[in-house]
Structures are given as structure tokens and as C-alpha cells.
Design a protein around this ligand. Sequence first.
Ligand SMILES: O=C[C@H](O)[C@H](O)[C@H](O)COP(=O)(O)O
Length: 262
Amino acid sequence: MTGELSPIDKAKFVAAKRAADMVEDGMRVGLGTGSTAAWLVRCLGDMVRKEGLKMRGVPTSTRTAQLAREVGIEIITLDEARWLDITIDGADEFDGDLNLIKGGGGALLQEKIVATASDQMVVIADVGKEVSRLGAFPLPVEVIPFGWQTTQALIEETLISMDVLGRTATLRMNGDTPFITDEGNHILDLHLQRIGNARQVALVLNQIPGVVENGLFIDICDTVVLGHGDGRVEIRDINHGTVEHDRLDFVESDNLFTDLAD
Ligand SMILES: O=C[C@H](O)[C@H](O)[C@H](O)COP(=O)(O)O
């Protein structure tokens, strides 16, 4: 990769690098999806190759599985692993209770299954992902293709009855055709602006026939590793608030960043 590396990429990278250091020999690790999680996979691959880290990864998408293989991480299925020591993943938004919106990349279903099957879920994020209230990012909802317009109408009616602001759901597209998830489903993006009661919205959405899963991750994330563009990292813990302010050795990590980006 040539040219100026953006502060946002550096922020994602330092968060991923710090979180990669939480992975210990022998761990079974859930590997998230998205641009931030891709940095994590590259960092872990580097540790496997150079430091002999022994770990096995459960990817949350075909994209992540492909990258993990490319960088030399041993892949196993969730059913082979049964239970994971840690899952590390990105997010589209997180709030003060470490509740999340995920699914901007369409991988929310496998991500939620994997995160829920883990002792610990760590989110890696740049500072732009922090919000006081969830909902500015459109909430992804995975629905089965059969009758998806009926499901969409039911979702909209339900949101109206709950008096949730902004009631439009749009079908996610991939060019001229509907986006298809790894599980063969569609994604409806709900433009809510702000979600007053995320816990209730998450529960109600999943009761609508045709809905497979929604992108609200409530009480699943334990820790957020928050990266800044200047190399600073903050660690927020659900039980202890901010537990660490750190700055990665930026000369060393900058070299790795450039190496891994190539
Ligand atoms: O489906 C995608 C995932 O939930 C991602 O973790 C999320 O969209 C964040 O992605 P990124 O790190 O690219 O912002």
C-alpha cells in the first residue's frame, strides 16, 4: 500500500493490534468481519508466523475465512470448537453500556452466534463508532428472502406501534440485485435515527416471522478497545469503566502497519 495512510485506518489498526495481544497460546478465537476485524486477522497472522502463536480461529464470514487462511491462521468451525475463549470483532456503533449495532458488512448473524458462544467478546473500534444513543447507523436486520416485503411491512408496523422514530426499512442492494448474506438471506436496513429502548427493539424484532436476526448486540460485549488516529488506545470494560489508557510504540507499530497493509 502506498501513499498517506489515513488516521482512521491507524485508529483501527492500533485497536486491532492491542486486542491481538489479548490472544494467548491455545486459545480458540472468534474472528470478526469488516475492515477493523481484517486488521486483527492480519495482526494475528503475523503473530502466528513470527512468534509461533498457537491459536485456532472461527471466522464469522467467508471473507474473514479467506483472509485468515491467507495469513496462516488455522481455521476450525464453531461446532468443532464448541466454545470460544474470546471473540474479537468490529462494530458500527457502541454506546456507554457497550451495547452495539453490527451488520454494516452483512455478517451479523454468524457474528452474533460466535460472540454469544465466547467467554469474552472484545470490540475493536475507532473513535467515530462511539455514540451516546444507538441508531444513527441504520440497523441491519437479516430476513429470509421468502415474503421479505411482507416481513418489511410487519417490521414497519411494529416500529410504528412502538413509537420508534424513523420507520423506513430499505432492502440492502449489491448493485442491481439484493445483497445476499453468507446464509443466503437479505438485509433490511432500518433508518431509526435513535433507538430509545434497544433491548426491547431487539427482542420484538426477533419475534416477527421472517426475521432471522437483528444487528443489536445487547449485553454481549465485555470490552471495547478504542483506537485513536495518533496511536492512543483506550480500553473500556463493562464492569470497570475505562481500565487502560495506552499508546502503542508507534515507530514499531507503524512499521507493522505498513507491512501488513502491503
Ligand atoms: O457485518 C459486519 C460487521 O458487523 C462489522 O464488524 C461492522 O460492520 C464494522 O465494520 P468496520 O470495521 O468495517 O467498520
